[in-house]
Design a protein around this ligand. Structure first.
Ligand code: APR
Length: 396
């Protein structure tokens, strides 16, 4: 097989890139190790910045988003038993965010691609990217047969490779250690998350910086709530029966007369918080995007939005090259992305540190945290900056 851009991974990054390239007339093929049902069910993020929602609309993937997405014009920061609302439009020139789960974004993009878009091969595991530093990179894959283990081997010759295969994919393995720097940080706490079959207890997100630790009230839809609690690293979810989770959420999210609605817990899991950046986001003709290039802790909901930012930049660069033969934008791809990536790293780190109780933190640390929280919830420039960062910058 042969194509212009070989895309590894059919997560949001790979699928949106394929859509953008298809519309620009650039040939591409997407290779995805999992089957369609698995990719469409994988629970991940759910908050689209205004820029991400706009890019989906612009490429024809906005119909269901506009029907079913929940537009949020603000969120609440809760601490010391009080709620402080952060209004987004008044601080950002009218920008909002939309609650629309990543599973739905992926379903919409897959449906478009299978209905006349470029080839999308499921059950196709990329095992190696070769000759990325040459003129004609080669993707080796195994297709079919239980996740690719007993399948047929094949190759895809490309002019460029887009590595959109997440942090454990084949693209990262193709990077020589001498060619890139990996920046990494593991946070000293994790999140226990539940999905609950109960309508949200608030129309907007609630982020609590309680002295016992962080808590988040969020939602997937008008009937399904998503809630999180900070827990120590190494926590076993079995030590947190449903009642214990709800009781702790009640304590940390408490403010005034507000009441948390309880309901059947559909899923429960514990995940660590980490930050990673690979610099540069390119090796020869292999360009990285999304989780393959960087990871952020989920506190500021930047993972999916950063992935979209990368592929919009990448699609623009490929389109320019395709039309003019100039590699000028491809050559600047990594620098252009990294500016936004580090900005998001900084904001995600700031919000995480402001709201979590670090192990060993003392009264002085807590006083600093509360001072920080009061600054960003007062009539200050710090509050405007928080809203700006949360709503994100336009992508197109
Ligand atoms: N060959 C082919 N496909 C692969 C391989 C491989 N060797 N390894 C991984 N993949 C696929 C995964 O199965 C997955 O479908 O690559 C895809 C990567 O998708 P995501 O992990 O969703 O990453 P990305 O598209 O960058 O999306 C960014 O935002 O909400 C955050 O972290 C969250 O998923 C997230 C993301």
């Amino acid at each position: 097989m042969r194509t212009t851009v070989g895309i590894i991974g059919a997560g949001p990054a790979g699928l949106l890139l394929a859509r953008l390239l298809h519309r620009a007339g650039v040939d591409c093929v997407v290779l995805e190790t999992r089957d369609r049902a698995y990719v469409e069910r994988r629970q991940r993020a759910g908050i689209l910045e205004q820029g991400s929602a706009d890019v989906l609309r612009e490429c024809g993937a906005g119909d269901r988003l506009d029907r079913e997405g929940l537009i949020h014009r603000g969120f609440e920061l809760r601490f010391e038993g009080e709620a402080h609302r952060v209004d987004l439009p008044s601080r950002t020139g009218g920008r909002t965010v939309t609650i629309y789960p990543q599973t739905e974004v992926v379903k919409d993009l897959i449906a478009l691609q299978l209905g006349g878009g470029p080839p999308l091969l499921f059950d196709t595991r990329v095992v190696a990217v070769e000759k990325a530093d040459g003129e004609q990179p080669l993707i080796r894959f195994v297709r079919g047969g239980q996740g690719g283990r007993h399948g047929r081997e094949g190759t895809l010759e490309c002019e460029y490779v887009a590595g959109c295969d997440g942090s454990y994919g084949a693209s990262r393995r193709a990077l020589p250690a001498s060619a890139v720097t990996m920046h990494a940080r593991t946070y000293p706490y994790s999140w226990l998350g539940i999905l609950a079959d109960v309508p949200p207890s608030s129309d907007e997100l609630l982020l609590a910086g309680h002295e016992r630790g962080f808590a988040l009230h969020s939602m997937r839809s008008p009937t399904v709530s998503r809630l999180y609690l900070q827990v120590p690293n190494g926590t076993d979810p079995r030590d947190w029966p449903d009642d214990r989770v709800w009781d702790e959420l009640d304590v940390r999210l408490a403010a005034g007369n507000w009441r948390l609605r309880r309901g059947p817990v559909l899923a429960k899991s514990v995940n660590g918080l980490r930050s990673q950046v690979i610099e540069p986001m390119r090796y020869g003709r292999l360009l990285l995007a999304g989780d393959a290039a960087h990871i952020v802790p989920p506190s500021a909901a930047k993972g999916l939005n950063l992935a979209f930012g990368d592929v919009v930049t990448m699609a623009r660069a490929f389109t320019h090259w395709h039309r003019t033969g100039s590699t000028a934008l491809l050559d600047r791809y990594s620098d252009n992305c990294l500016r936004r990536v580090w900005q998001a790293q900084f904001f995600s780190h700031e919000l995480t540190t402001m709201l979590h109780a670090a192990p060993g933190a003392d009264a002085y640390d807590r006083a600093m945290q509360l001072t920080w929280l009061r600054r960003v919830t007062g009539p200050t420039a710090a509050a405007a900056e928080l809203a700006e960062n949360y709503a994100g910058a336009p992508l197109v």
